[in-house]
Design a protein around this ligand. Structure first.
Ligand code: PXG
Length: 464
């Protein structure tokens, strides 16, 4: 057996980690001084660290372990497929059964006009595929000037050159020359932070009409597509007002702009339906998929294309693809994951039962003095922390100070929540039970009490 170092003590693993492993989105020096938390195993909705702490995983890994940990069927699907056909490519006029079966299954689950899948390894590279696909599409349609893509501030679409450029994250744009040319960003539908005196519905319309203004500014003949997440995930679970998506859809239809729904987080049940597009009545031309497609057990991503786009691209050679596009093992695991989601009625149960239960409990946290707004959409939620909720105020302290404090307190209370700026977010496994939801909310409430007391004691409950 290869050495996987399970036997090493925590401190030794941390030292080796600091010496040799570079972490994503992490200040390496700061982490080396502190030591990474070592996660050694997981079962159901709980992860276990090397010190033996069981922690409720309120983030489903990273918005992906939707069936929870330790599902034997998924391990067996990988094992069986590795023995049958560990790898073969799909470049040179070959295919294999798992990729055929998965592409067919996706066409059954996706909105009616999306019947064609181009596979990737995750969400970032699937979005890179999308950038090229929409540009080649318009070129083949005889409109080669339609190349520009409109996205949103604080959207997240990955961290490759393409994905990071589509995303609207200032921290990513600050490094390495992003965004690449031909991409611009409009306002996000984030009422709490940017809605001012408007009602959420008025603000939803205003935010959507920023798309129309941007198309006018660029000229519709130069615009290929608009990309957005149905609910912004990494941006802090920003649930758009009810007026937003219908207006975006109207604008894309009227102005002949392709609509790309980035369903990397929302897809496969997270919002209580198979896709966020179903929940919000969106009719996308392309969907980006990853994460929940395999439940996080193996890497896989995908772009699902409309009949019209696929037929057009199929009229030539689309010079694009990854060695592992449609990897047989990833496809086999994804298929098994979708079978379980389907046959165990997990998406239906989330929509009809557990998400409404979570929503009721989560919204009650809005009464806490530290919480300004409790947002929830299906199995994803956020708590906006504030020193003054009537003013929707930010803290005077450096942004993220209270959020980080709350994240650390939460883990110590046995619950993984993530913080974005000064909000706390959750995205638990879709199989979470009512009793586990009770535990999640109880630990979140305890965390809020502790952080509120500490922030008061340290004089941090001051509005900016
Ligand atoms: N689109 C969306 C909507 C995402 O959420 C990606 C694309 C990129 O996927 P890959 O598989 O290339 O990472 C994502 C990924 C966070 C966090 O901290 C969120 C993501 C990734 C890493 C961290 O919330 N989302």
């Amino acid at each position: 057996m290869n050495q996987i170092f399970n036997h090493l003590p925590t401190a030794e693993l941390q030292a080796l980690d600091a010496a040799h492993h570079m972490h994503p989105f992490t200040d390496g020096g700061e982490l080396a001084a502190k030591g990474a938390r070592v996660i050694t195993r997981a079962q159901g909705c709980f992860i276990t660290d090397s010190e033996g702490n069981d922690i409720l995983d309120g983030m489903a890994g990273l918005w992906c372990v939707n069936l929870g940990y330790g599902r034997e069927e998924l391990a067996k699907a990988a094992y069986d497929q590795m023995r049958q056909l560990a790898f073969y490519n799909t470049f040179f006029q070959t295919t294999h059964p798992p990729v055929v079966a998965l592409a067919k299954k996706l066409s059954e689950l996706a909105p009616a006009n999306l019947n064609h899948t181009f596979f990737a390894l995750g969400g970032s590279d699937a979005n890179d595929t999308n950038i090229r696909a929409v540009r080649v599409y318009w070129e083949l349609k005889g409109k080669p000037t339609k190349t520009h893509i409109i996205a949103r501030h604080n959207g997240y679409h990955g961290s490759t050159m393409g994905g990071g450029s589509l995303g609207g994250m200032a921290g990513i744009h600050a490094q390495g020359g992003l965004p690449i040319p031909g991409i611009s960003h409009i306002a996000q539908p984030f009422w709490w932070a940017e809605g001012g005196d408007l009602s959420p519905e008025e603000f939803g319309l205003k935010a959507a009409r920023a798309l129309e203004a941007e198309i006018d500014r660029l000229d519709e003949d130069n615009v290929a597509a608009f990309i957005a997440e149905p609910v912004q995930g990494a941006g802090a679970v920003i649930v758009p007002p009810s007026t937003y998506w219908p207006e975006i859809q109207r604008i894309c239809d009227e102005r002949n702009i392709l609509l790309i729904a980035d369903e990397v987080i929302c897809g496969f049940g997270r919002t209580g339906n198979w896709f966020g597009s179903d929940t919000f009545g969106i009719r996308p031309d392309i969907m980006t998929l990853a994460k929940g497609l395999s439940g996080g057990y193996v890497p896989i991503g995908a772009s699902m294309l409309s009949d019209e786009i696929a037929d057009t691209l199929n009229s030539t050679e689309f010079a694009h693809g990854y060695t592992y596009s449609g990897h047989p093992v990833s496809c086999a695991v994804a298929l098994e994951n979708l079978r379980i989601l389907d046959e165990e009625g997990i998406v239906d149960r989330v929509g009809a039962e557990t998400a409404p239960y979570l929503a009721e409990k989560w919204r009650a946290l809005e009464d806490h003095p530290l919480v300004g707004e409790a947002r929830i959409a299906g199995m994803m939620g956020a708590l906006e922390l504030t020193p003054d909720k009537s003013a929707r105020a930010k803290f005077a302290a450096e942004e993220g100070t209270i959020g980080f404090m709350a994240r650390e307190a939460s883990i110590n209370n046995g619950l993984v929540m993530r913080h974005v700026r000064d909000s706390l977010i959750i995205s638990p496994p879709l199989v979470i039970s009512r009793a586990e939801i009770d535990l999640l909310v109880e630990r979140a409430a305890k965390t809020l009490d502790q952080v509120h007391a500490r922030a008061k004691a340290e004089g941090l409950m001051k509005p900016a």
